[in-house]
Design a binder for this molecule. Structure first.
Ligand SMILES: [Fe+2]
Ligand SMILES: [Fe+2]
Length: 258
């Protein structure tokens, strides 16, 4: 992978995050739908917790990989910038939760499961679990960008969605290079287990967030369809050489639709 292109991409985004200020927080909330808004605040607070991690182990893994394998030179720095972008999302989500009158979290069960699985089963698996979370997040934010009951939340989610699509493209580059040196059967096995674990993770997320999403008019079928498309698109990109994603890396991601 050409990690240096990703460093440029994230540095450009970092500048945007630093200079972008949002003046919409004082806009009044829409009338009614109080229970839906409360449930959504709770759901966004969980995502806020997930986006706020420091990624210490992942950063260490990426640094080691970029030092030992020339194909991943610069990957450590790219991962560091990627984590900063996730933390910028956490800051934005903090404002969203406050706007909806919710409380920020320090610990939460499904977030703890994700962290436990990531830290227990090896570092490459850590990236895989992270990728599943990204694909689910892409669907989650994309749906809220269209269906959340508050226009400010919709616009905030659209901004995050654009970045998340870039994150998936970043992971496509990583996994394409990792899988390219594996035998066909090992790569096929990896895909099968990835898909299986992705569906398990999606089940957990729906279990945890379904009520909030239903309150926004998002059915389980819509959630499955949207996240399933993100997963298929990722797996397809591993075959196609990732042409679809190259435009995202070259541009700023602003053409992405919710
Ligand atoms: Fe994010
Ligand atoms: Fe992300």
């Amino acid at each position: 992978m050409n990690a240096y292109e990703w460093i440029q991409y994230y540095e450009k985004h970092q500048h945007r995050h630093a200079t972008e200020s949002y003046d919409w927080w004082a806009a009044p909330l829409p009338d009614g739908k109080l229970s839906a808004i409360q449930a959504l605040a709770g759901s966004l607070a969980i995502f806020q917790l997930g986006e706020s991690g420091g990624g210490t182990r992942l950063r260490r893994y990426a640094e080691a990989l970029s030092a030992e394998d020339v194909a991943f030179a610069g990957y450590g720095r790219a991962v560091e910038l990627f984590i900063r972008e996730e933390n910028a999302h956490a800051d934005l989500l903090k404002e969203m939760v406050r706007r909806l009158g919710g409380n920020l979290l320090e610990k939460q069960w499904s977030n703890s499961i994700f962290r436990f699985v990531r830290s227990t089963l090896g570092l490459e698996f850590n990236v895989q679990v992270l990728l599943s979370a990204e694909l689910i997040a892409r669907g989650y934010y994309g749906l809220l960008a269209r269906h959340a009951p508050d226009p400010v939340i919709r616009e905030s989610c659209l901004r995050i969605t654009r970045d998340e699509v870039g994150h998936i493209a970043f992971h496509v580059d990583f996994f394409r290079d990792r899988l390219s040196v594996w035998s066909a059967w090992r790569a096929a096995l990896w895909r099968a287990q990835f898909q299986f674990l992705f569906y398990c993770a999606r089940l957990v997320v729906w279990w945890d967030h379904g009520r909030a999403l239903r309150g926004c008019g998002i059915s389980r079928q819509m959630f499955q369809e949207k996240t399933g498309r993100a997963c298929r698109s990722f797996l397809g990109s591993l075959n196609s050489g990732g042409a679809k994603w190259r435009g995202i890396k070259a541009g700023s991601g602003t053409r992405v639709q919710a």
